[in-house]
Design a protein around this ligand. Sequence first.
Ligand code: PRX
Length: 650
Amino acid sequence: MNVRADDLSSQTVFEPPTDLAARANLTAAAYERAATDRLGFWAEQAERIHWQTPFTRVLDWSNPPFAKWFVGGRLNAAYNCVDRHVEAGNGDKVAIHWVGEPAGDTRTLTYADLKDEVCRASNALTELGVGTGDRVAIYLPMIPEAVVAMLACARLGAAHTVVFGGFSADALASRIEDCKAKVVITADGGFRRGSSNALKLAVDEAIAATSVVEHVLVVRRTGQGVGWIEGRDVWWHDVVDTASVEHAPDAFDSEHPLYVMYTSGTTGKPKGILHTTGGYLVQTAYTFWGVFDLKDDDVYWCTADIGWVTGHSYIVYGPLACGATQVLYEGTPDTPHKGRWWEIIQDYRVTKFYTAPTAIRTCMKWGERIPAQYDLSTLRVLGSVGESISPEAYLWYRENIGGGRTPIVDTWWQTETGAHMITPLPGSTAAKPGAAMRPVPGISAEVVDDAGNPVGPSESGYLVLTEPWPSMLRTIWGDDQRFEETYWSRFPGCYFAGDGAKKDQAGDIWLLGRVDDVMNVSGHRLSTTEIESALVSHSKVAEAAAIGASDETTGQAVVGFVILLESAGDGGADIVQELRTHVGKEIGPIAKPRQIVIVTELPKTRSGKIMRRLLRDVAEHRAIGDATTLTDSSVMDLISSGMNNQKDGD
Ligand code: PRX
């Protein structure tokens, strides 16, 4: 956990700017309204969405933890995100200002353009055999086709599962197999940091390991060569560009699956988080509008990748359901120069900007002279997501990007929650740097002790959600039991988020990090077990332990402790590189350990449980904590000396 200064009351407080407060979308009245009639409040929020058949009941919670929201309602998510804006006369409004990584490579899509594209893609997918109730995997770079592909699936009632382009072929294969995706939508490659990375190649490798995929739909992005299987593989430009722009959307039940998003848990097997249609769309639209204080002339930009939940909720569904204009950027912040993000904000006159603390820390390292070269005066609200933002990073962000004027919304939520849950509101919260503050109107959260009782002021405990919410996960794909056990068994009647939190004297919430074996690397979740399984799958490894050690830039970084098989001897001169590369290949580059330490023993309790806490002490160069339950306490001396003899990885 990130331990903070205990005296939280001495922290700076930023009042909302008066002009923003005067026109704020969400004010204190919303908290009151939601507190007096929570379900009535959600019924009002549901009016943001077009229901082909109105719902008859807001919530059915008769069979917890399996919720049904907006019962009996029928709707089409894609219709809500595109068609209805065109029908309302906003077809000429820009939906997406797309910026490719190579300089000058841009596209603009109005809502009318987006509707045509989504209809074409829906017709093409239908031709490929995709129908209501199917699953489609999407493995694309940050190009408009990623948004189009997701909405086309939603339009057909086929659940999408978007896999981050940085994940390996193996990770892609396990996801395809778990949700039985019939079609994979990918590209030849994508541009990243000036070079093109192959995506189709990884798809081919993944499909070879599965038996469910019937077709691969391929967008030409980089022009690089690709392998091709006639009959299975089809080019997007051949089948989508030529398809009709007429497509009548069906209406689906409010609880119809919208997507499955895989995320790391405490075991090696990623969990397929299932989100359904009505409640998810209502809460993403409501929070997007309220937390970013959406106005008609806004130009919004979220830097997340579409492969993560942030991209789903706050690039695709929330902003588009609200008919907003946004920027979509393909590349990295430092390509071709370290001012690229700020240049984009200047060029497109971005007003709302949403990014992650890890990116802010990187920009801090590059120095404030870089953003100072650009005109960022259009910015009105800044957002942060993925991990706690330290007060230092918060102040730097507010000062150097927000010109000392903009409120920062530090939004706490999860893949599982689907949408913002705890966050300051830009027009009504007096925000404290580093605190996520209060649950948004309509959401109920508490910090509890081991026994499930609310903690007192200035005490820490576990963060729980005490009432169901519309965009909550409905289950883990194919595993209701794991869903119940993982989230609902620790504190009966409550959803346990897996995060530690603290309430200050005023009752405001501060997040303290994960309390389980899940690490947070650059705002992305990785489980220790997943990395350990990858390490032990290497032919020279006997046993492995992985931990997340604090890291200046990425928040946490992976450190692996490995015992080699006797037959492997010392593993050879390149063993550390070999193992890092192996993990990168098994899971994806983000999981590549920063450091690997070859050891002869691991610290274990008498019952054989690895004491990762002690390994974390070593990796963070702290005095080793209580080791009394260790079978052999000399092990820690050996590990510490091993650690000091090895350099950090690149
Ligand atoms: O530990 C919390 C942290 O990220 C976890 C959720 O990760 P994921 O499902 O990948 O979703 C990331 C994007 C929503 C949480 O359990 N987290 C996320 N946002 C914050 C945060 N921790 C503190 N403050 C935040 N604003």
